[in-house]
Design a binder for this molecule. Structure first.
Ligand code: UT7
Length: 329
């Protein structure tokens, strides 16, 4: 019998109905479909519309979808983590609000803030509670309502981001299937290149911060691009080496969907052909913590028991990482 691993035993997802197309963005800012497609690979992104609707509402949709698919009830969940950069409020945690809306209060729930790498951070954290036997059913959600922090007059960011949520169920597995390894890293000095200038304790909200649009995403794209290309490929290579994986051993690469050029660079360094790379950036853009579980959600029917899957991400913070999973069903 193998040691207990945390295996993904189901995937749920949710994307809002509204499609913000490149054609519509052309009417809002000085941009065009050709620039967006060649520089990013994005055709459209989903936007959560509706008064008062928040990240937790997308989490609830994704988890309900997961519960329905796996034949579980909300009250079966023993712990729930939400990875997000766009929580409903500064406090309390979006995970708590999600549990309340689902009807599973009185469990352990909390948020993880690691921007685009958030899902890998949350998945790895959650896996420890399974491996130690603390819990048997843990839900991990990656969700962001990026439209809530985007300045739709800034063409350098508004074309990139979208809204969405994905959720996975983790359960113990003693057959060697599940989360095998993770390499997670941060470099706080990267915070200057991708961040939200105001709204936290360093610069609380004021009339001035609102007037100067400092509550929106600020990104120095070129610099972030350079770090992303290098670090995402480095960490993917590191996890392959640590686990003696050749490119032929890998069934699927699940890359963070920030830019098609970054995805291609990572896949190329790993020696993985396009047909083994999950790519849905064209439809959803960059949903931050949502990209990786939304890929798993879409590709779930094609995954087979024992598939070697490498997930890789890079994001604000800077944060980055890679996780190696043996698919369990
Ligand atoms: O997920 C979190 C981590 N984030 C990332 O990984 C994002 C990394 N960065 C990127 O993906 C890319 O840097 C961007 C997609 C953000 C930008 O692409 P780029 O090829 O690096 O373009 P650039 O910033 O160098 O801009 C090139 C030109 C500039 O004009 P000039 O100075 O050459 O005249 C920009 O002003 O493109 C201009 N530009 C645009 N033009 C049309 C910038 N945004 C747009 C736009 N439409 N939307």
């Amino acid at each position: 019998m193998h040691k207990t691993l945390a295996a993904i035993t189901g995937v749920g997802g949710y994307v809002p109905e509204y499609r913000l197309t490149n054609a519509e963005l052309e009417k809002m800012v000085d941009t065009n479909d050709e620039w967006i497609m060649t520089r990013t690979g994005i055709k459209e992104r989903r936007i959560l519309k509706g008064e008062g609707l928040a990240t937790s509402d997308m989490c609830v949709h994704a988890v309900r979808n997961l519960l329905q698919k796996t034949g579980n009830k909300a009250t079966d969940i023993e712990m729930l983590i939400v990875a997000t950069t766009t929580p409903d409020h500064q406090f309390p945690a979006t995970a708590n609000i999600t549990c309340d809306k689902l009807g599973c209060n009185h469990i352990l729930s909390f948020d993880i803030s690691a921007a685009c790498s958030g899902f890998l951070y949350a998945l790895t954290t959650a896996s420890k509670f399974i491996e130690t036997g603390t819990f048997k059913k843990v839900v991990v959600v990656g969700a962001d309502k990026m439209s809530s922090i985007i300045n739709y007059q800034d063409r350098t960011t508004c074309v990139i981001f979208g809204d969405g949520a994905g959720a996975v169920l983790l359960e113990p597995n003693n057959d060697g299937l599940g989360l095998i390894d993770s390499v997670l890293k941060t470099d706080g000095s990267g915070r200057f290149y991708l961040h939200q200038k105001a709204g936290g304790s360093a610069k609380p909200a004021s009339h001035e911060t609102v007037d100067s649009l400092e509550h929106s995403v600020y990104q120095e794209g070129k610099t972030v691009f350079k770090f992303a290309v290098k670090n995402m490929a480095d960490v993917a290579e590191e996890i392959m080496k640590r686990n003696n994986l050749s490119s032929d051993d890998i069934s699927w690469l699940v890359p963070h969907q920030a830019n098609l050029r970054i995805i291609d660079a990572t896949a190329e360094r790993m020696g993985i052909p396009r047909e083994k790379v999950m790519i849905n950036i064209e439809k959803y853009g960059n949903t931050t913590a949502g990209t990786l579980p939304l890929c798993l959600w879409e590709w779930e029917p094609q995954l087979k028991k024992g598939d070697n899957i490498v997930l890789a991400a890079f994001g604000g913070g800077f944060t980055w990482g890679a996780t190696y999973i043996k698919w369990a069903y």
